[in-house]
Design a protein around this ligand. Sequence first.
Ligand code: NAD
Length: 246
Amino acid sequence: MLKGKTALVTGSTSGIGLGIATALARQGANIVLNGFGDLEGPKAQVAGLGVKVGYHGADMGKPADIEDMMKYAAAQFGRVDILVNNAGIQHVAPVEDFPPERWDAILAINLTSAFHTSRLALPAMKQANWGRIINVASVHGLVASAQKSAYVAAKHGLVGLTKVTALETATSGVTCNAICPGWVLTPLVQKQVDARAAAAGVSNEEAKKQLLAEKEPSLQFTTPCSEAAKNVRGVAWNMDGGWAAQ
Ligand code: NAD
């Protein structure tokens, strides 16, 4: 379905980003990976699906790196047709103890990076009259949890950016939407499970159960490769041409 298209997925060396990159490659899209850590595993996983794979190691907290990455993608693949703004980090602390540099990093990586990639991808998408921008927000783009001020602020901001981008592209072939997952068992969440297990002196399994019970009525994690829609519950999914975004 996506043969000949190119998808750039930020933060795609792990977790949800790698899951999305793999799913898009399965549909035939060429993929530009981005992120830190092990590269060879993710590259091989996606290339094994028979599509072209590129990689750029831009730090999503650095606008100059993002410009380089977008230039690289255009030079290697012609155009980014599908942009998935997924890179994200977390830090947990009450507002008065929240380290200011962690606040700045979370806002930069989880929110501002999506502004930069979008502003740089949109001209070619508009010219082609086709594009898909998918912002991986979070349920924390819609509701809050204590101790997550920067993350909740960034994700609410990302939902706002999604709406504005959707309005500005509303009469074109470009769409912009956000995905708002609850708990997905990735390294980002495993860190929170480990912290809870250590603080409460309970096992990893017990910490997982407590985490789920607090927030997620299905009592199960979503996984990046879940059966389609298995943990989509109780949402109202708009197909309203941008009406409710106004
Ligand atoms: P993860 O830690 O498994 O993956 C994060 C990815 O981002 C990795 O590839 C990492 O290398 C990359 N990354 C981190 N900092 C970066 C930077 N400065 N520049 C470039 N890449 C960077 O986390 P995940 O759970 O897969 O999270 C992916 C996205 O999904 C995040 O935006 C997160 O907020 C969101 N999300 C996660 C959950 C969850 O429960 N795991 C729920 C809702 C939303």
